[in-house]
Design a protein around this ligand. Structure first.
Ligand SMILES: Cc1cc2nc3c(=O)[nH]c(=O)nc-3n(C[C@H](O)[C@H](O)[C@H](O)COP(=O)(O)O)c2cc1C
Length: 209
């Protein structure tokens, strides 16, 4: 195919060889990123917006994924939590510099089941569990001592006990209906592939870079 002209040989891709499922391509790239990215290959930007307001973005960690969607955990009273309550749509974005690739994934977002969130919360280090109670994420903090004091009080409260999951600390699953894969090619002749979901399944197309 002429698209191979000018391709940086290390990123040569024949679009006809791409898998039909975007999840398969995600897995392939995510595995590669896990081998090459020096820190947090599971870090992703999460973009949200209230229904009639300004978009905002921040980094969160991907903590699970399968064909149902992409799971992250956060405080539902945070800025992003409030956005998602108002407008449960989001985009997540991975940019792995080490492998010169970007993936954008968007779709509706739902809170995961309490069982699933409880199981993940139980697997976290105890101090992180206490931190989830002590942090009023995204609220103004007058001084750090008040945060540390709250941490100690919660530590004492659950002394010799398991720390339960705070009700405001939840898992969210983004169920994708759109993927876009980008890979660097020299002279900015990059590859871009979009996958879109409709009733018949996934369709794939190329985009100009
Ligand atoms: C590498 C990295 C990973 C992060 N992972 C999470 C995460 O999984 N969940 C979370 O709530 N915040 C995480 N944060 C903090 C968020 O980026 C953000 O500061 C916080 O969630 C508040 O965002 P908000 O005010 O927009 O809701 C992470 C930050 C970094 C830099």
């Amino acid at each position: 195919m002429t698209i191979l002209l000018g391709v940086n040989p290390k990123n040569a891709i024949n679009p006809e060889d791409l898998p039909e499922s975007p999840f398969m391509l995600f897995d392939e790239w995510f595995t590669l990123a896990g081998e090459k990215e020096p820190s947090y290959p599971n870090a992703m930007s999460l973009a949200t917006a209230p229904k009639n307001g300004r978009p905002s973005a921040r980094t969160v960690l991907l903590k699970g994924h399968d064909e149902r969607g992409f799971v992250f955990y956060t405080n539902s009273e945070s800025h992003k939590g409030q956005d998602l309550a108002d407008n449960p749509q989001a985009e997540i974005l991975f940019h792995w510099k080490s492998i010169e690739r970007q993936i954008r994934i968007s779709g509706p977002v739902n809170i995961i089941s309490t069982e699933e969130a409880d199981a993940y919360f139980a697997s976290r280090p105890r101090d992180a569990q206490i931190g989830a109670w002590a942090s009023q994420q995204s609220q103004e903090m007058q001084n750090r001592d008040s945060f540390m004091k709250a941490f100690e009080e919660i530590d004492q409260k659950y002394k010799d006990q398991d720390v339960p999951r705070p009700p405001h600390w939840n898992g969210y699953r983004l169920a994708p209906d759109h993927f876009e894969f980008w890979i660097e090619v020299e002279f900015r002749l990059h590859h871009r592939f979009a996958y879109e979901k409709d009733d018949a399944g996934w369709t794939r197309k190329m985009l100009y870079p």
